[in-house]
Design a protein around this ligand. Structure first.
Ligand SMILES: *[C@@H]1O[C@H](CO)[C@@H](O)[C@H](O)[C@H]1NC(C)=O
Ligand SMILES: *[C@@H]1O[C@H](CO)[C@@H](O)[C@H](O)[C@H]1NC(C)=O
Ligand SMILES: *[C@@H]1O[C@H](CO)[C@@H](O)[C@H](O)[C@H]1NC(C)=O
Ligand SMILES: *[C@@H]1O[C@H](CO)[C@@H](O)[C@H](O)[C@H]1NC(C)=O
Ligand SMILES: *[C@@H]1O[C@H](CO)[C@@H](O)[C@H](O)[C@H]1NC(C)=O
Ligand SMILES: *[C@@H]1O[C@H](CO)[C@@H](O)[C@H](O)[C@H]1NC(C)=O
Ligand SMILES: *[C@@H]1O[C@H](CO)[C@@H](O)[C@H](O)[C@H]1NC(C)=O
Length: 336
């Protein structure tokens, strides 16, 4: 044999060897994906028209993750980001029993409701179905998702009330239902959630009415946004010296209370109560805060704007204008 022939045989052998390694590799990977999960995913593929290559291991399909150390080869996260033809959340999502995270975000051509099958997901911690034009009510059955900690259904077309069943989810501590068409009152039972120490609640841009429930006094919010609703009454129960709230957004409602009496948490950094019917004075303690956002415009406030902190240096007249009789910098009105 010439050296040349030897060399090409050698190459061929190498090639065959790597091909067989590749084949073995994909075979073993094929075996990686749980058969039941694969079956459910194939139904999902049909519904969502995903471009998964079925000869690959389903744990390698785009948006499918199998990364639980305790349940190897099971699908634990599903992230859906592309929609070509009109679609909705497939029922088969409930047949991936080890899912901990579901993410449907910013999908055009998407609509429909949240399927009941989702209640089968005992381990689901993180549910994000946002910017997808979901319709219908927020279903009561979400209360059955006992492992849930994070719920985001913002930027949809959801109607009807906020179900009080959400309070049956023990560790839920992040709720974002903003930018929908929700009506009715805020359920008092939300205060029973265990996450009441660092609760994040976003309900802005809805049509919610009534008062903020008294039970909310015991919640120590991290962030709360109730802007752009039709809420009324007072807010003093949300305040308190020993709370550690950082963000409070209440603008564009019909809140009506005496601002002078608010006990400001030292942690408060973002504060917007613009466009309400709030009266009284701005508390002196406002100057002790490290405010990053501040707006009390379009209310019925009076008296001298406290001088100090970053009230004058951080904000211009537009944070204070359109009140009954506020005076002092940064407004162009001298106090008499
Ligand atoms: C939405 O679906 C329709 C009908 O299948 C299709 O013609 C259109 O291109 C899709 N739009 C987008 C943005 O994918
Ligand atoms: C939701 O529907 C409206 C029409 O009602 C459409 O303009 C908008 O693009 C849709 N949004 C998404 C994310 O598909
Ligand atoms: C809630 O959180 C605690 C502490 O992390 C955990 O021990 C418990 O199992 C969780 N409960 C549920 C229903 O997931
Ligand atoms: C938070 O909620 C739990 C459960 O309802 C309750 O036991 C606890 O006292 C609450 N924490 C505060 C600070 O109110
Ligand atoms: C604030 O702290 C005091 C003393 O620790 C406590 O007695 C009181 O219940 C707390 N108030 C609130 C609203 O948590
Ligand atoms: C305060 O809110 C008013 C009313 O929405 C707005 O016009 C103004 O620009 C805001 N100012 C700041 C500093 O955000
Ligand atoms: C403040 O008052 C002065 C004097 O009256 C006036 O020239 C100026 O335009 C006012 N500035 C604003 C922002 O209103």
């Amino acid at each position: 044999m010439s050296t040349r022939a030897t060399s090409s045989t050698h190459h061929l052998l190498l090639l065959l060897l790597s091909l067989s390694l590749l084949a073995q590799h994909s075979l073993s990977k094929e075996a990686n994906c749980n058969k039941d999960d694969r079956r459910a995913l194939l139904k999902i593929k049909k519904e969502l028209n995903t471009h998964w290559i079925t000869s690959y291991d389903c744990c390698d399909w785009g948006g499918v993750f199998c990364d639980s150390p305790t349940h190897p080869h099971r699908v634990t996260a599903f992230v859906h980001q592309y929609v070509n033809s009109p679609s909705r959340i497939p029922d088969a999502i409930g047949d991936l029993p080890y899912l901990t995270e579901i993410f449907f975000h910013k999908l055009t051509n998407f609509s429909g409701t949240i399927p009941y099958s989702i209640t089968k997901l005992k381990y689901l911690k993180y549910l994000d179905i946002s910017w997808v034009n979901l319709t219908g009510n927020i279903p009561d059955f979400l209360g059955q998702l006992k492992s849930l900690t994070y719920l985001r259904l913002s930027f949809n077309k959801l109607t009807g009330p906020i179900p009080s069943s959400l309070s049956q989810i023990p560790n839920l501590s992040f709720i974002d239902l903003s930018r929908n068409k929700l009506t009715g009152t805020i359920p008092a039972s939300l205060a029973n959630l265990k996450g009441n120490h660092s609760f994040q609640l976003y309900l802005s841009h809805n049509q919610l009415s009534g008062h903020v429930p008294d039970s909310f006094a015991k919640i120590n919010f991290f962030e709360i946004d109730l802007s752009r609703n039709m809420l009324q009454g007072g807010l003093s129960i949300l305040f308190g010296h020993n709370k550690t709230t950082e963000t409070m957004y209440f603008s564009r409602n019909m809140f009506e209370f005496d601002m002078s009496e608010l006990q400001l948490p030292k942690s408060l950094a973002q504060f917007d109560i613009s466009h309400n019917k709030i009266y009284g004075r701005i508390p002196e303690a406002m100057t002790d805060l490290e405010l990053q956002a501040f707006n009390v415009s379009y209310n019925r406030l009076c008296g001298k704007i406290p001088q100090g902190g970053n009230l004058q240096t951080g904000f211009d007249y537009s944070s204070f204008f359109h009140n009954r009789c506020l005076c002092g910098a940064p407004l162009n009105v001298t106090c008499k």
